[in-house]
Structures are given as C-alpha cells and as structure tokens.
Design a protein around this ligand. Structure first.
Ligand SMILES: Cc1cc2nc3c(=O)[nH]c(=O)nc-3n(C[C@H](O)[C@H](O)[C@H](O)COP(=O)(O)OP(=O)(O)OC[C@H]3O[C@@H](n4cnc5c(N)ncnc54)[C@H](O)[C@@H]3O)c2cc1C
Ligand code: FES
Length: 264
C-alpha cells in the first residue's frame, strides 16, 4: 500500500485520448502528484462524471507514467468506462490515488520477469516493464486473447502471443503458451511470473506456478467502491497459509497477491 500521505484526491485534466481498438482507449491524465508517487501495480479510483450517474468511482490500473502524466488503458464495457472513454480533451475527472499495493520487484529474487496478461489485463504491464527494465532485468511479455483483435501489446517489447482461435501466435491460452516456453524461459536465469487478466486465467496461472515451483504474483480484479478499505465492497477469498480460506479487502491487501494465495 502506498504511504497514506501520498494518496491524493485531485481533479485531473484529460490531456489526450487515443483509440487503440474498437473498445479500448488510452486516456492520458495530467496529475503530477499521482505520477510522482505511483508504483507498478497501483491503481486509481476515478469519478468519471460530475453527476450521480454512475454514483461510484471506477478503479483502473496505472498503465504508464510519463513526467506529470499518467496513462490509463480503458476497455469500454459499461456506463462508467464508456463515459470515461468519451471524455473530451480538456475536461476533468476526480482521481483518487495511487491506491493498492504494487508488484514485488525490489528483491533480487529473479533475473527475468515474465509478464503474462490476457485481454485488458495488459493494462498494468507497460509501467511494470519499464520499471523492471530500468533495474537492468530482462522482461518477456506473454500476451493472450480470444483473437488477434484482442491483443493489446501497444508499446510493450519482447512479446509472444497466444490466441484461442490461432489467428496470431500460439493457438491456445496464455498459460499453455507459458507451459510450452517454460524450458526455454528457464535458460534466462531465475524467472518470476507477474500476471493480470480474467480471474479464471489467474487461477490457472496460480496452479501452474504452484506445480512448477515458480515465484508468481497476480493482479486481481473485483467490484470496488471506495478503494481505500472503508466500504468492504471488494472482499475476495484467498488461501490461508495455515489451511482453509480467509477474506481480504482487495483494495488494501491487493490488487497484487502472491500466486500461492490463489493456488488450488
Ligand atoms: C484494481 C482494478 C484495476 C482495474 N484496472 C482496469 C484497467 O486498467 N482498465 C480497464 O478497462 N478496467 C480495469 N478494471 C475494471 C474496471 O474497473 C471495470 O471495467 C469498470 O469498473 C466497469 O465499470 P462500468 O460502469 O463501465 O461497467 P459496469 O456497469 O460497472 O459493469 C459492466 C459489467 O462488467 C462487470 N464488471 C464490472 N467490473 C468488473 C471487474 N472488475 N471485473 C469483472 N467484471 C466486472 C459487471 O458485473 C457488469 O456485468 C480494474 C478493476 C480493478 C478492481
Ligand atoms: S473498495 Fe471499499 S473496502 Fe475495498
């Protein structure tokens, strides 16, 4: 969790919106306070409208940080995301952040980061890639989608693709791609997996990491309200290290969790 005193609730200006597919846009916000404090894996909670519709803020990963600007990659799936994508340049939104914990990249526990993402789960990977690469570590992206139109590689480097329909790269899902590449990837030194995508994909990643004894972290999603541990709207069940399950508030103890917490 970022230092509480680095969390701000500010009015940020939409600097630019780029359409990257029929449903996905990258929105650039001018918010220096969040850009300075953000770490890969953090998210923001955005009030996308000045009316009560929608009433609740919507959570989004920080896709990239450039100077005083942050980029947010948004997939339009409902009223909140659609309003956000349609915000004109120069308009403003209220932004609370940076929120949540961040990916564990400080430790010297790995030589190569495997960034595994599916669909809009690619959103946090650019900020993570840039930060890991700046530490002199190698990064390999494994990106999955149903079809080639769903692959959101954007500015990511060293990408390998998996599509369910075989329209680009490996035919199958991104966990099967990891499985097929594992022996080669292990030649890159000690690897650590960082994953974000649909929860079903993340469960498969957790199981695979457990079976292969790979270090892994997963960025989970849930419905959220406040984003700061007050409303209890984001409770998620995870493995208790002593057996059984326990409930965490994803906005405080997540969104990034150790893969072991989801392994079955
Ligand atoms: C920590 C975190 C980071 C996120 N990062 C991003 C991001 O970088 N880019 C992005 O596009 N989206 C991201 N999301 C998801 C995003 O917050 C939701 O898509 C958004 O809140 C939907 O709002 P809406 O009003 O458009 O749709 P709604 O009307 O709220 O929802 C439309 C449909 O999608 C379902 N839904 C809503 N939220 C989620 C969810 N989190 N997971 C699965 N299904 C959901 C609803 O049940 C409903 O069926 C993130 C979510 C979390 C918790
Ligand atoms: S979103 Fe309110 S407690 Fe997590």
């Amino acid at each position: 969790m970022p230092e509480t005193n680095s969390i701000v609730d500010i009015r940020a200006t939409v600097v630019r919106t780029r359409t990257v597919s029929s449903t996905v846009s990258i929105i650039t916000l001018d918010c220096p306070a969040i850009a300075t404090a953000a770490k890969p894996g953090n998210f923001i909670n955005v009030k996308v409208s000045d009316t009560t519709l929608p009433l609740l803020r919507r959570p989004f990963s920080i896709h990239n940080v450039r100077g005083a600007h942050i980029d947010i990659m948004v997939k339009s799936i409902g009223p909140g995301t659609s309003l956000f994508c349609d915000k004109p340049t120069g308009s403003t939104v209220m932004v609370l952040g940076p929120l949540g914990n961040s990916f564990g990249i400080a430790a010297k526990e790995f030589d190569t980061a495997i960034l595994l993402s599916g669909g809009i789960g690619t959103a946090p990977m650019l900020f993570l890639e840039k930060t890991v690469a700046a530490q002199g570590k190698k990064v390999i992206n494994l990106i999955g989608g149903q079809s080639k139109e769903d692959l959101l590689a954007g500015e990511l480097s060293n990408c390998r693709f998996a599509t369910d329909d075989g329209s680009q790269g490996f035919r199958g899902n991104v966990v099967e791609l990891l499985q097929s590449e594992l022996e080669n990837l292990k030649k890159e030194g000690t690897i650590k997996v960082f994953a974000c995508g649909p929860n079903a994909m993340l469960k498969a990643v957790a199981k695979f990491c457990h079976e292969q004894q790979l270090a892994g972290e997963l960025s989970l999603e849930s419905v959220m309200g406040c984003g700061i541990g007050i409303c209890y709207g984001c409770s998620v069940e995870v493995n208790n290290p002593d057996g059984g399950l326990r409930t965490i508030l994803l906005c405080r103890e997540g969104p990034v969790i150790d893969a072991e917490l989801l392994a079955v």
